[in-house]
Design a protein. Structure first.
Length: 65
C-alpha cells in the first residue's frame, strides 16, 4: 500500500471512555476528501482498534457520453 497517498489530513478526539476506549474522527484531504471513524480500545494487557470508511465512489468523467 502506498502510504504517501494518505499523508494529508487531520484527526480529532471525539470521545474518551477512561481506561476503555478513545474515538477519533479522521479527516483525509488527499487523494479524496473523506471522513473516517477510528477507535482504540483496551486496558493494561490488551489493545484493539477499528476504522470505518464511508463508501467512496469514483466516477470516470471521460467515460460519460
Amino acid at each position: 500500500m502506498d502510504t504517501k497517498m494518505w499523508e494529508r489530513g487531520e484527526q480529532e478526539i471525539v470521545r474518551i471512555e477512561e481506561n476503555r476506549r478513545i474515538d477519533f474522527e479522521l479527516r483525509f484531504i488527499e487523494p479524496f476528501d473523506v471522513i473516517a471513524d477510528f477507535h482504540i480500545t483496551g486496558n493494561e494487557t490488551t489493545r484493539g482498534w477499528g476504522v470505518k470508511f464511508p463508501e467512496i465512489r469514483i466516477i470516470d468523467i471521460e467515460a460519460i457520453e
